[in-house]
Write a protein that binds this ligand. Structure first.
Ligand SMILES: [Zn+2]
Length: 260
C-alpha cells in the first residue's frame, strides 16, 4: 500500500497483482470522497481496510473489467454509497463475473453488484468531473475530466505510450478516435489505473496516438499488398509473448492488427 499526498485531496492505493510471471500494478484513487475504480477482489483484504479509512461518499467505475469493479459489491454492501457505472454496462455488472481461470488467479472473483447509471457530471463539492464516453479499451468505458485542475482519470485508456498486445474486447480504431477527441481538452495530469499519476500526461497520450497511427499506416500498407492479418501480425511481432498462450489468445498482438 502506497499513499501519495502530493495532490491535495487525492489519496491513492497502489497494489501489485501477479499471475504466473506477470506482475501488474493497480491504482485506486480517492478524490475528495469520490472513489475512482475499486481494484481487484484478489487484493480485497488490503483494499477493504483502506476503503474503511477513507471518507468515501461516491464511487465511479471507469469500466466493468474485474480489476476495476472487483470490490464494488463489498463497497455497496458495507459503505452504503452510490456506485456509478456506464449505463450500458449495468446489466452485465448485475451478474457474477464469469471469466477464465488465469484472470481469476490474478484478479480474484468479481461479485455481482447493482450500480447506478453514470451521471454526466460528478460533483464532489470542491471538484466537478465531466464524464466522458471513451470507448476503445472496452466498449463501455468512461474517463473523468476535471477542467479546472487539468486532471484526466483515464481508467485503462492510456496504460503506456506503446502497445504490443491488447485484450480481445479492445478496438484500436476506437482507441485512436477517443484519444484524438481527448487531446482537444485542456489537461496535463493523467491518472492511469495501471501506470499511476503521469504529470506530462497529455504529451504521453499524444505519443501513444502517434505510435498507434504509425502502426495503423503500416498495417494498411501490408493489407494493400494482400497480406492477411495473421501474416501482418507475424511480421510486426515475430516473437511469442507468454501471456498470449496463458490467456488462450485473450491477450495478443493479433488483437491489435485485427482491430486497427
Ligand atoms: Zn480494463
Amino acid at each position: 500500500m502506497l499513499e501519495l499526498s502530493k495532490y491535495k485531496d487525492i489519496t491513492i492505493a497502489q497494489e501489485v497483482c501477479y499471475v504466473a510471471e506477470n506482475e501488474t500494478k493497480v491504482f485506486v484513487y480517492n478524490v475528495g470522497g469520490l472513489l475512482i475504480d475499486t481494484g481487484p477482489q484478489s487484493r480485497a483484504e488490503v483494499l477493504e481496510k483502506w476503503f474503511s479509512t477513507q471518507d468515501i461518499k461516491q464511487v465511479a467505475i471507469t469500466h466493468n473489467h474485474e480489476d476495476h469493479s472487483g470490490n464494488a459489491a463489498w463497497i455497496q454492501k458495507n459503505l452504503n454509497v452510490p456506485v456509478y457505472l456506464h449505463p450500458k454496462a449495468i446489466e452485465y455488472a448485475r451478474e457474477e463475473g464469469m471469466y477464465p481461470k488465469y484472470r481469476q488467479e490474478m484478479w480474484g472473483h468479481r461479485h455481482a453488484f447493482d450500480p447506478l447509471p453514470m451521471p454526466e457530471v460528478i460533483n464532489t463539492g470542491k471538484y466537478s468531473f465531466e464524464v466522458l464516453d471513451t470507448p476503445g479499451h472496452a466498449i463501455y468505458h468512461n474517463c473523468f475530466y476535471e477542467p479546472n485542475q487539468g486532471w484526466l482519470f483515464t481508467g485503462d485508456l492510456y496504460l503506456g505510450t506503446k502497445l504490443y498486445l491488447c485484450f480481445f474486447e479492445e478496438n484500436i480504431r476506437q482507441t485512436i478516435d477517443t484519444i484524438e477527441r481527448l487531446l482537444k481538452l485542456d489537461f496535463d495530469t493523467i491518472f492511469c489505473a495501471h501506470a499511476g499519476v503521469i504529470e506530462n500526461g497529455k504529451i504521453r497520450l499524444e505519443k501513444k496516438l502517434n505510435f498507434l497511427k504509425e502502426l495503423q499506416l503500416q498495417v494498411i500498407e501490408m493489407r494493400k499488398k494482400g497480406m492477411t492479418d495473421s501474416e501482418i501480425d507475424a511480421e510486426i511481432t515475430p516473437f511469442d509473448m507468454p501471456i498470449t498462450e496463458l490467456s488462450s489468445g485473450e491477450w495478443s498482438s493479433y488483437n491489435i492488427v485485427r482491430t486497427i
